[in-house]
Ligand binder design. Structure first.
Ligand SMILES: NC(=O)c1ccc[n+]([C@@H]2O[C@H](COP(=O)([O-])OP(=O)(O)OC[C@H]3O[C@@H](n4cnc5c(N)ncnc54)[C@H](OP(=O)(O)O)[C@@H]3O)[C@@H](O)[C@H]2O)c1
Length: 221
């Protein structure tokens, strides 16, 4: 059965998945790249960026890589928020087509939740962006149909992740807690009191200093 999954969502010790303010020059605000440095060191990332082809593959192949590579397996659609798709104000720029260039790394139908939808945008490599102004449950129903039996990834950012968790729509979530304190930004946890009741939770510490947390929905929850 098609599951709804989140992978590699990187948060600070105080629960922020992005800093502030978000901008074209600094998509993660004052967080910079600190939330994802663990991932940039993995072989999965090197291959994702095309640097693992041909020459000897680079990047670590330990625990962090084992988690990182699950991000790419088994998905038939992605859902993301407007603030992941672009910096504040992208809706006013008809030429904005996302951060990812001509061949985005999604390779599936990708549904962008926005209150200012626009026509679908077909890119190379199987990614078509569809812009939806609907509830999380409606977005998931649409994405599930597009995924044709494969899983649906909730790609973030934290506002959309929180909304899907709050609506009880997430089957599995992999979070990476990074040992930095951001103090401000957009938090994942607000309003999700007692979320742990609905999930089996495991934690694994990596030698890199991050902690991988998996949340797997309990039967019947
Ligand atoms: N730490 C990580 O691993 C990670 C992962 C992914 C992204 N990020 C970062 O997180 C940041 C974005 O997160 P965010 O929490 O600010 O925003 P977000 O979750 O990407 O997007 C939230 C926005 O999406 C639109 N939206 C959400 N639900 C909607 C619905 N049901 N119907 C219509 N529109 C809806 C609204 O925008 P409008 O009202 O403007 O349309 C809302 O303000 C970026 O900096 C991104 O790079 C971090």
């Amino acid at each position: 059965m098609s599951r709804t999954r989140i992978h590699n969502l990187s948060i600070s010790l105080d629960g922020f998945a992005t800093g502030e303010p978000q901008s074209l020059e600094a998509p993660f605000g004052h967080a910079g790249q600190r939330l994802h440095e663990w991932m940039f060191r993995t072989r999965t990332w090197a291959q994702h960026m095309g640097t693992g082809d041909g020459a000897a593959p680079s990047g670590s192949v330990g625990l962090d890589d084992a988690f990182a590579e699950r991000h790419g397996t088994g998905f038939g659609a992605e859902i993301m928020g407007a603030n992941k798709f672009g910096p504040p104000g992208w809706q006013d720029d008809p030429a904005w087509e996302g951060w990812w260039g001509p061949n985005p790394p999604f390779h599936t139908p990708t549904f962008v939740l926005t209150h200012r939808p626009r026509p679908p945008l077909e890119k190379e490599g199987g990614t078509t962006f569809h812009f939806l102004d609907v509830s999380p449950a409606e977005a998931l129903a649409t994405a599930r149909e597009a995924a044709a039996g494969a899983d649906v990834r909730i790609g973030g950012g934290p506002t959309v992740v929180r909304d899907f968790l709050s609506a009880g729509l997430v089957d599995h979530m992999h979070l990476v807690q990074v040992p930095v304190v951001l103090g401000r930004g957009v938090r994942v946890w607000d309003g999700l009191e007692a979320l742990e009741d609905a999930y089996e939770i495991e934690a694994v510490s990596s030698p890199s200093g991050v902690t991988h947390l998996t949340f797997t929905r309990r039967d019947g929850a």
